[in-house]
Design a protein around this ligand. Structure first.
Ligand code: UD1
Ligand code: UDP
Length: 365
């Protein structure tokens, strides 16, 4: 029997890896172990609870104000012990977080092969997203299996010289997650709060946006809310205190924006499904929105998800106050633009990524 260790540590990795873990548990030829680093604590627990996944190991590393050294060092030290004890045949990591980078490095140092889920995304700009672009390129150097969500991602890896026999286009496991979460009979009190208005979802958390860009983003949004009546913005805010401080300062006492604690993923997906559109600097939300056909104004200068731009669901608008004001207002008033963005096709797969990954592992391990 082959032993597979699935490693993740933040909310988005968990959302995209739990559906895979649940499928792996069904395969008798594999012993599946789950290690969480705890880079996130509460936001990770929300996902584990939603998908009923219980980790075998928890490195429990999170602390307030953690920097990239703290995260990397704690994971390397913690994983060394676990890998020495468990000696898995394969480690699976996801995406581009420092958890994924440090876990892949730990596996590499122990000569344990690892597979990279959501491989091949690139901006080729090491400053944006930071440090994620570095992380995913570094993970790609040593991966035995690259599970690319799209052909574009595969081509990036091919151009970098990775052997084609190690790259598999599977779609993104986020589509598998959406299949588990969307419910046609869903209700939530915030939907009542927004009834009679158009509901716009907002999230923002990128490290490179902390500081002046975040002020600009929030000021641009606030100006639109001051001018347009029938709009309400729901902002489930990240637990990072640095973000909360700026949001509280800019949005204080604004009745058209509701700042709430992070939603569990089932709520978030279902509320997204019922919203008009989304303003975000998130990576994963760009894919989910494509799956749910919800337009997104991407609050970043660059994206590793060019497929969604090409098909038309996503529009990259940067972090400047003026542009955000103009583009947010435009999407509220320009019906033609809104209709075009909400009818685009979904390039991120058909919800069978987990099954495809497992079929590949079954035949190759
Ligand atoms: C991390 C990832 C980023 C990913 C994001 C998803 C890195 C370097 N960054 O960024 O790629 O897009 O997660 O959200 O890997 N906090 C809590 N409770 C939680 C989670 C976070 O209190 O459950 C607070 C802590 O004070 C923590 C801070 O948020 O120190 C920042 O968390 P961290 O993981 O360092 O950075 P993120 O911005 O969340
Ligand atoms: N999400 C959630 N609750 C929230 C906000 C987001 O469950 O309150 C989910 C969302 O559905 C998506 C993921 O978190 O799957 C995105 O995570 P985040 O934006 O933190 O990170 P990124 O995708 O940018 O790495």
């Amino acid at each position: 029997m082959k032993k597979i260790m699935v490693v993740f540590g933040t909310r988005p990795e968990a959302i995209k890896m739990c559906p895979l873990v649940k499928e792996l548990y069904k395969i008798k030829e594999f012993q599946t172990l789950v290690l969480i680093t705890g880079q996130h604590r509460e936001m990770l627990k929300q996902v584990l609870d939603s998908f009923f996944v219980t980790p075998d190991y928890d490195l429990n590393i999170m602390k307030e104000g953690q920097d990239l050294f703290d995260i990397t060092i704690s994971i390397l030290t913690g994983m060394k012990k676990v890998l020495e004890t468990e000696k898995p045949d394969l480690v699976l990591v996801h995406g581009d977080t420092t958890t994924a980078f440090a876990a892949s490095l730990a596996a590499f140092y122990m000569n344990i092969p690892y597979g990279h889920v959501e491989a091949g995304l690139r901006t080729y700009d090491l400053t944006a997203p930071y440090p994620e672009e570095y992380n995913r390129q570094a993970i790609g150097i040593g991966a035995k299996f690259h599970f690319a969500p799209t052909k574009t991602a595969k081509m990036n890896l091919v151009k970098e010289g990775k052997p084609e026999s190690s790259i598999f286009v599977t779609g993104n496991t986020i589509m598998d997650a959406l299949n588990l979460s969307i419910n046609d009979n869903y209700t939530h009190p915030v939907l009542e709060w927004a009834s009679g208005s158009r509901l716009v979802l907002l999230t923002a958390h990128r490290r490179e946006n902390l500081g002046p860009p975040l002020y600009d983003i929030f000021h641009g949004i606030k100006r639109v809310l001051n001018e347009v009546n029938d709009v309400k913005v729901l902002y489930p805010i990240h637990l990072n205190p640095a973000i909360r401080k700026i949001a509280a300062e800019v949005f204080k006492e604004d009745s058209k924006i509701k700042i709430i604690e992070p939603l569990n993923v089932i709520d978030f997906h279902n509320i997204m499904y019922r919203s008009e559109f989304i303003l975000t600097d998130s990576g994963g939300i760009q894919e989910e929105a494509s799956g749910l056909k919800k337009p997104v104004l991407v609050l970043r200068d660059t994206t590793e998800r060019p497929e969604g731009i090409q098909t038309g669901t996503l529009k990259l608008i940067g972090t400047g106050e003026e542009t955000i004001y103009r583009e947010f207002k435009r999407l509220l008033t320009d019906k033609e633009e809104y209709d075009a963005m909400s009818k685009a096709s979904n390039p991120y797969g058909d919800g069978t990524a987990c099954k495809q990954i497992i079929d590949i592992l079954t035949s190759r391990l």
